[in-house]
Design a protein around this ligand. Structure first.
Ligand SMILES: [Zn+2]
Length: 108
């Protein structure tokens, strides 16, 4: 799970991506995988718990990749008027991990 590198508290991916929606080319960023991951790495996020700023490269890369997939799997994941993410990304990531473990169990 993504955590703030400074205070260690869990972070909400929908909130994090929401911070990126302030970028001018946000719409393009969300549809191009490499652009999304690169922008995320260099983006300065602000922790809602401690208020400190940190770079996206301190977030788990694997989760960032899944977040990108989720954003492109669902229809209208973003409320562009409010600049908010509609998806419950953390719940979807948890579900995804659970299914992977289940899959491994069944095949193993
Ligand atoms: Zn923090």
């Amino acid at each position: 799970m993504a955590r703030c590198p400074l205070c260690g508290k869990p972070l909400n991916w929908a909130e994090l991506v929401g911070q990126m929606l302030t970028l001018k080319n946000a719409e393009k960023i969300l549809t191009e995988r490499e652009l999304f991951l690169k922008t995320l790495e260099n983006f300065t996020f602000k922790c809602p718990h401690c208020g400190e700023k940190f770079y996206g490269r301190y977030l788990p890369r694997e989760e960032a990749e899944k977040v990108f997939e989720l954003l492109n799997e669902f229809k209208e994941p973003i409320d562009w008027e409010k600049r908010k993410v509609r998806l419950r990304l953390n719940s979807l990531l948890a579900l995804d991990t659970m299914l992977e473990q289940w899959d491994r169990k069944v095949k193993g």
